[in-house]
Design a binder for this molecule. Sequence first.
Ligand code: HEM
Length: 515
Amino acid sequence: MTWSTVVITFSFFSCVATIHSLWKYHRSRYPPGPTPIPFIGNILNFGRETPWVTVSQWAKQYGDLVHVTVFGRHVVLANSLSVASELFERRSRIYSDRPELTMLTMMGWGFNLAFKHYDDPLWKRHRKVFQRFFGNRSPISIQPIQEGQAQELLRQLADTPDLFFLHTRNYAASIIMHAVCGHEIIKKNTHLIKLATDAVDTLSEEVFFGAQVLFAFPSLKHLPEWFPGGAFKSLARETRQVTSTLQNIPVDLVKKSAASGSTIPCLTTELLELPDSKSEDVLDESDIKALTATAFAGGIHTVESPLKSFFLAMVLYPEAQRRGRAEIDRVIGPGRSPTLQDQASLPYINAMCKEILRWHPSVPLGVAHSLVAEDEYEGYYIPKGTGTPAFVCQTVTEAHRAMSRDERVYSEPDLFIPERFLNSDGTLNDGDSSFVFGFGRRVCPGRHMAEGTIFMAVASVLSVYRISKAKDIFGRDIQVKEEYSSTGLITGPLPFRCSISPRSEEARILLNNLS
Ligand code: HEM
């Protein structure tokens, strides 16, 4: 053996030993979590169904910060409010990126600010518009839209109460679409609501699963469509058409209407009329199209889910319903419908809205954040990295479901108890469920609007309707189960039956006057 062979062999083994010890060092300093299987990591531990329930169990077993791997990529789950606030708010400078989203970009969703990188100038510009238009001081009058659509919801429930699932979806979609395109456009183009809801449906579980696989094996994106396993490419191609239509049609309709001389008060008109300046905030037409479609993508399914949870809770917890109705009778009386002006005088209804959001968070694993630099938390190492959407791969995500089940914050967390947000004198306490809207610089910019939309639906429905178990043909109660969809980014109650009927003669008269 020559000297050079000895040196090379020695260097090789030293390198291997160093890499191994570094790996072990980092490995031992990762937050605790279930033991990974070589190569695939913990993907099987997540399970395909209700991964958020698994994560809540890990929170109990391993603590507030849990580490898992998927195909060699790291995932860190922030399971408590305090850890999430520390990481995503106090350290937001490094925790505000999003992971790489090849699959969603292939599907044409790349325009959506929710999926853009933190250093992308478009993210900053689009987010500014969202904060301005969907915040508390929006120049587009969102409150009259919410109040008007709440009346429409009551009307639809009076005509076809069994279709309450559809009506809640339409209510959520109509509000955001009226805000974006204006009443006139939506009235004449009702198919737009279906276009938007269908497009958002494409953000399904298959997409997120496909995205994870693509992230692990990026070269798969070059597979031809006809090749076994290449079906995701045809899905991406078809979806691209839907997302492109979603961006184009609403803006084109508003422009057409403006060209014919009628200005429709809405977000699109406001954006089209922004003064042309050289500032970095100037928006071109593609920005406007992206912003309008982002609003539909963010503001329909997320809102629809808690509204369905509301109907479910009313069937399962009749005492909460009784207390809500009693408060409305006491504060508003039977002669008129609630408005957003009444919100401050209805603490029980507000507590109910907070509890609806907490009971079953609609985005149970949050939207993954990604770190722009490695970090350390209480001695644990958190790697820098990019990853795929949802919860997988070198991301740190807010485990909203685990937070909602944290017994240190919410006693008996599986139960629906609005009183947890009230003081003994009936006023609202400091309790909160706003974690469902995320944290830090990526916190949901539609949260104020969403809260108003939910409040209007809950208060209006309880003011006139009694919600109870439906009866079978023998007059027996049909039992209802607390069952939720188990996959995807957004969860919501599975279809169930209930009876929705006017709760008094005055309510019947009020409903008749609406139509
Ligand atoms: C109950 C209703 C809603 C829930 C539970 C919800 C939840 C969330 C969550 C968890 C995030 C991610 C936050 C993070 O990464 O920390 C988010 C982001 C976002 N939401 Fe919402 N949301 C709701 C309603 C809305 C509405 C009505 C809109 C539109 C008007 C909207 C638009 C967005 C957008 C654009 C983002 C991306 C923000 C960014 O990445 O900078 N959301 N939402």
